[in-house]
Design a binder for this molecule. Structure first.
Ligand code: UD1
Ligand code: UDP
Length: 362
């Protein structure tokens, strides 16, 4: 039997981070694999620096799609990936998460009758308003292998009528990524010193979801809540700002209140250092809800729903929405919580389980 040829597709910061343990597993086993990068994220802080921090190989193909409307972005990726897949003829295409890159990668492979493996399958917010919900549902429904990170995610897939034979419970590769990178962050990152931060005496905040930052009243509420929280606690709120958020703040003529330390998007090692030493994190990020749970740092989620209910059940996370009074109350609640909850996302061997499953089912 010739060796199996694996294509791994990435496009945005979280995909690069969560795919990195799978890439490393392919390297460790000397498998035949290559990367396609859509370049949906292209700003060096969201792209090149993340590749560098994680020490993963350069993609063999870069589609250079950049930004655009959903249709434009998805369409360009689909067209460009198709050409590559026709030439490269891989045995399986792996996609991770719920971005436009994931949907386009899965569709391109499906139409060419190439096997698809969806990593982080079965997450559901049950909010069709979110572009990510559309992407993950469609990607799951055309996948041949669904790598569900938790039992809840697996159940969601089974409830939608998907075959249990195609669903593999793996844990989340973000646990692998944290285990692989936290020791390096602790030994290499100088970010606390650079930003003059004392451990456990600052908050960390990120927000970039369109339903929050593309909506002026919601964006204003979040900014004013952060300003008030910083004043009440007399601690800075470090805010690595996503390009989408910065663009919208300018467009809506908003300003950052005093107490918010606005910084560019961080490399992964610096971000892990900031996250693991924060008193509490306020975010609308999906990945950061998981990471705070794994790192035993309290999280206040600036959304009304989550596709990561495991974090709420574990006790690491609370849904605050975007009302400033509600955000303040949730911060108080979370600061009183005991942080010794159990991580529901697995033991850090997800990448090995994924590759084992691919090899045994080929
Ligand atoms: C995308 C994903 C989202 C994910 C997020 C991770 C979709 C639909 N959305 O959202 O699920 O949580 O990435 O961060 O796939 N921009 C830059 N530089 C970049 C990328 C974007 O300046 O490298 C700016 C552009 O103005 C762009 C805007 O950010 O229009 C939004 O970028 P886009 O890729 O459409 O979505 P994200 O908000 O980054
Ligand atoms: N992250 C990072 N630098 C930052 C902010 C986040 O490296 O300045 C990492 C974070 O640790 C997590 C991932 O990016 O692993 C989350 O990405 P994002 O919030 O952009 O996307 P989401 O998870 O919401 O899809």
């Amino acid at each position: 039997m010739p060796p199996i040829k694996i294509t791994l597709v990435v496009g945005t910061r979280p995909e690069i981070i969560k795919m990195s343990p799978v890439i490393k597993e392919c390297q460790a086993r000397n498998l035949s694999f290559f990367l396609i990068h859509s370049n949906q994220h292209y700003t060096p802080a969201l792209d090149a620096i993340i590749f560098e921090d994680l020490d993963i190989p350069h993609p063999r193909h870069n589609l250079r799609v950049g930004s655009g409307t959903h249709g434009t972005q998805t369409g360009k990726i689909l067209m460009r990936i198709e050409k590559i897949l026709m030439r490269e003829k891989p045995d399986i295409v792996l996609v991770q998460g719920d971005t436009n890159t994931v949907l386009a990668g899965a569709l391109a492979a499906k139409k060419l009758h190439i096997k698809i493996g969806h990593i982080e399958a079965g997450l559901r917010s049950y909010s069709a308003e979110m572009p990510e919900e559309i992407n993950r549902v469609l990607a799951d429904h055309c996948s041949d292998l669904m790598f569900a990170p938790t039992a809840k995610a697996k159940m969601a897939l089974v409830r939608e009528g998907l075959s249990p034979k195609k669903i593999i419970l793996t844990g989340n590769t973000i646990v692998d990524a944290i285990r692989q990178n936290l020791p390096m962050a602790e030994s290499r990152s100088k970010i606390l010193h650079k930003f003059k931060l004392d451990r456990q005496k600052y908050f960390l905040s990120t927000f970039h979801r369109p339903e929050n930052v593309d909506n002026k009243p919601k964006l204003k509420n979040i900014l004013s809540a952060l300003g008030e929280i910083s004043k009440i606690f007399s601690w800075p709120i470090v805010c690595p700002i996503h390009p989408r958020t910065l663009k919208k703040i300018k467009e809506f003529s908003q300003a950052f209140p005093a107490g918010i330390q606005v910084v560019p998007p961080m490399g992964y090692l610096d971000f892990l250092m900031l996250e693991s030493n924060a008193k509490l994190v306020l975010t609308d990020s999906g990945g950061i809800q998981e990471e705070t749970c794994i790192l035993n740092i309290p999280c206040v989620t600036l959304r009304d729903n989550t596709e990561r209910p495991e974090t709420i059940l574990a006790g690491s996370n609370i849904l605050a929405g975007t009302n400033s009074e509600a955000i303040r109350r949730c911060v108080d609640t979370m600061l009183q919580r005991n942080t010794n909850w159990q991580n529901p996302f697995g033991s850090g061997k997800a990448a090995a389980v994924i590759i084992d499953a691919i090899l045994s089912k080929s």
